[in-house]
Design a protein around this ligand. Structure first.
Ligand SMILES: [Zn+2]
Length: 174
């Protein structure tokens, strides 16, 4: 599976990004072992704030956490079995093995911790967004890159906060 960043221009200076190197990851998923070949890009503009910073494919985050060897599909199921169905670690381990996942029981405990971190991060992120929205008087939401209505935007008092949710996460622009 070859993953290439969708973004081709630097978020800071808007110049074209260049291929820096290729990376490889092998993940255990419910579909078996998946090898990701990642094309990593960099900004070559030496005057840019993001000079030399790697851009990895946005899609990579949908497959796995950084440095993780197991896919998010498996981590999600571990969390669902524990908190949705109140299964014990040995029971969860058994289920995974039945579904063809080769995994040690102690690794199930690690994956459950990753799941708990993800849930905590998600909740903290929502709280942060709510707090920011409260702080700002007027708020416009532009979802998935949709441009907010300009006439409407001008009519509102500043400061304004634009929240855009995309594949690469949540971006703030004031
Ligand atoms: Zn740049």
């Amino acid at each position: 599976m070859r993953l290439v960043p969708k973004r081709i221009h630097c978020v800071s200076c808007e110049q074209r990004l260049w291929v820096a190197y290729h990376a490889q990851r092998t993940l255990m998923t419910f579909r078996g072992l998946v090898r990701l070949r990642l094309v990593v890009w960099r900004c070559r503009n030496q005057g840019c704030d993001l000079y030399h910073l790697p851009y990895r494919a946005e899609e990579e985050g949908a497959w796995a956490l950084p440095h993780g060897e197991f896919g998010l599909d498996i981590i999600t199921v571990v969390g669902q079995l524990r908190y949705g169905e109140h299964r014990s670690i040995p029971e969860i381990h058994q289920r995974l093995v039945e579904r063809g996942v080769s995994i040690a029981e102690r690794t199930v405990t690690d994956l459950l911790e990753r799941y708990e971190e993800l849930v905590a991060l998600h909740l903290a992120d929502e709280e942060r967004v709510k707090a920011r929205l409260k702080q700002q008087g007027q708020v416009l939401l532009a979802i998935d890159g949709m441009q907010p209505d300009v006439g409407h935007a001008r009519a509102l008092d500043s400061p304004r906060l634009f929240v855009r949710r995309g594949a690469a996460g949540t971006h703030f622009a004031q």
